[in-house]
Every structure is written in structure tokens, then in C-alpha cells.
Design a protein around this ligand. Structure first.
Ligand code: BMA
Length: 306
């Protein structure tokens, strides 16, 4: 079972006339709202700092982008960039989870990167354009790939996150405090399995189905090739894996997925389901944005029985 590349790929490319998205556009969040697709994507321009751009589309294929970025660094915590947004709608509010890459390290212990560190952040918006930062999800650790579930589970906000090399679960009563005692690892790399032998991290917003939460995740191996996999988590206790197929569902194959800013990367942080089709948007080689699709029922069967 493999995702099918859209013939219009790549959907979005860097804009050489624009200083903030000159070099790379990748790793987008995409959500359908009021009949329009909205994309918030990571872009790098002349200064190599990541900013978030916004584009809209009627069909999810052809995009009109805004000339200026909609979210830009504001302090030492994100001075080196705002990376890898994921957007979840809860009630009437949109939440963006993203990685702040900063010139200062927050928290205790060793810095996660030389001269600074990463902080997984949460922001909220009523219109997908203006974002209010709510704060960090955790500080002082190399934690990324966090994404909120689209409803509360057992009365608590719930999110997936990544403590290398595993995908973890976290819970909160208010989106501000995420107690350590409510955090649990869910699954990790499979050393013997090949494509997901070194690290795993969550993709887009978990998809609620009758049989569990359908999750798309990324993984890499010793060659640092990023592929995508799928699995099913229990609806009321998402720390329990119901089934996790051995095979991947997508891997770099096109020139622009193999060659780019970082080679051999397909990295997805958006998988909206529209009209029974799963739209898997992905960053290709940290340079372009592509789309691959799969029927919802096909992906669900694979996640249950593959
Ligand atoms: C990860 C993230 C992604 C990136 C990927 C491949 O650590 O930082 O932004 O797409 O590496 O380079």
C-alpha cells in the first residue's frame, strides 16, 4: 500500500522574488475550513530564518499565497526560526503547534543545540492568520513533532510529541500545564524493521475513526531517509497501539524528494480528510511542498490489517 503522488506536484515552490521565502518552502499545516483549504507553511529566505507563510486554495491543489509571512520570530526563543507548524481545530478555535528555534536555551541542563535550543510551542487563532502565543509545551529538552488531538480525551487536552527516539502522549487540563506524570511513551523505532529503525515522530492531526485514531508518522533509518508510516491508536487510551503495520506508506522517489536542501526527505505534518480522501501534504527534501493522497477506507484497512 502506497500513497499516490498528485500529478500537479510540487504544489508550492520557493519564490525567488521574495526575500523571506527565496530558498525553501516545506512542512506545511493544512486545514479545510468553510469550504477553503488553508495552508500555513514553513519558509526560509535570504537570512535562513524560518517564518510561516499563508496560502489559500479552493481545491487543495492550486494555491494563492500571501505576499508577507503571517508569523515571524519575536524574541530570543524563536530568533532562529518558527518551524514545522501543525494546526488542530478544537471548537471554534485553531491551535498551532510549532517548534521555536532560538538563540537562548530555556530550562535546565544541557542546551539542545549549540548557542541555543528548540522549544515546542502552542499558539491559538480564531482566523488562521493572526496567532497568539500561549507558551511552551515543555522546556529544556529536544522535543518536537507535537500535535494536538482534535477533541479532548477523557476530559483532557491530549497531544502527541517526540522525545527522541519515541512518540509520546501528553495531557493537560488547560493547554498550559502538561504534568510529567501524565506523559507516556507510545511507540518507538523498530531496530529490526529497516525504514523506521532510528527515530519516529508524529505527522498531522490524528484522524478519529470507528476503530481508533488513525496516525500518520515519519521515521528515519541509518541513511537518514525520511519515510511515512501509519498506525492505529486506541480511541479512549491513545497510549495503546491497536495495530502498527511493518511496511511504510511513502518514501522519497522523485528527484525533488531526493535532492534539495536536506536529501531524501518526505516529512508530513498535515493529513486532512476531505470527501473520503486523505490529503497528505509533505515537505520534500526540506525544499518544496508536495501532495500525495489515499482513499480513507484504504488507509484505514491498511492501518488495521496491514
Ligand atoms: C527534522 C525537522 C524537520 C525536517 C527534518 C528533515 O528534525 O526539523 O523540519 O524536515 O528534520 O530535515
Amino acid at each position: 500500500m502506497r500513497l499516490i503522488r498528485h500529478p500537479a506536484n510540487p504544489l508550492l515552490s520557493p519564490d525567488p522574488t521574495s526575500d523571506w521565502e527565496t530558498y525553501n518552502v516545506f512542512n506545511p499545516a493544512v486545514i479545510q475550513h468553510n469550504g477553503l483549504f488553508h495552508m500555513n507553511y514553513r519558509a526560509q529566505g535570504l537570512d535562513w530564518i524560518s517564518r510561516i507563510g499563508h496560502a489559500v486554495s479552493e481545491d487543495g491543489i492550486h494555491w494563492n499565497r500571501m505576499r508577507a509571512p503571517i508569523l515571524v520570530p519575536q524574541d530570543a526563543r524563536d530568533a532562529r526560526g518558527i518551524e514545522d507548524p501543525r494546526i488542530t481545530k478544537l471548537g471554534d478555535t485553531f491551535y498551532m503547534t510549532y517548534t521555536a528555534y532560538g538563540t537562548e536555551f530555556y530550562g535546565q541542563g544541557e542546551a539542545t543545540h549549540s548557542g541555543g535550543g528548540v522549544t515546542p510551542m502552542i499558539a491559538k487563532s480564531e482566523n488562521l492568520l493572526t496567532w497568539e502565543r500561549l507558551g511552551a509545551f515543555v522546556v529544556g529538552e529536544d522535543n518536537k513533532d507535537h500535535v494536538l488531538f482534535p477533541r479532548k480525551i477523557n476530559g483532557r487536552y491530549t497531544l502527541l510529541h517526540r522525545r527522541k527516539p519515541n512518540i509520546w502522549l501528553a495531557e493537560s487540563e488547560d493547554l498550559q500545564v502538561w504534568p510529567e506524570e501524565w506523559m507516556r511513551p507510545i511507540f518507538g523505532p523498530r531496530a529490526e524493521n529497516g525504514w523506521d529503525s532510528l527515530t519516529v515522530g508524529a505527522g498531522g492531526v490524528p484522524i478519529e475513526t470507528d476503530f481508533g485514531w488513525l496516525i500518520i508518522y515519519h521515521a528515519y533509518d541509518s541513511t537518514h531517509t525520511y519515510r511515512l508510516g501509519a498506525c492505529l491508536l486506541d480511541l479512549e487510551n491513545p497510549a495503546t497501539v491497536i495495530h502498527r503495520p511493518n511496511d511504510f506508506i511513502f518514501e522519497p522517489a522523485e528527484i525533488w524528494e531526493i535532492k534539495g536542501d536536506v536529501p531524501n526527505v518526505v516529512f508530513s505534518s498535515a493529513n486532512p480528510v476531505v470527501d473520503n480522501l486523505v490529503y497528505v501534504y509533505y515537505g520534500a527534501a526540506d525544499h518544496l511542498i508536495g501532495l500525495a493522497t489515499i482513499g480513507f477506507n484504504d488507509l484505514l484497512s491498511f492501518a488495521r490489517f496491514g
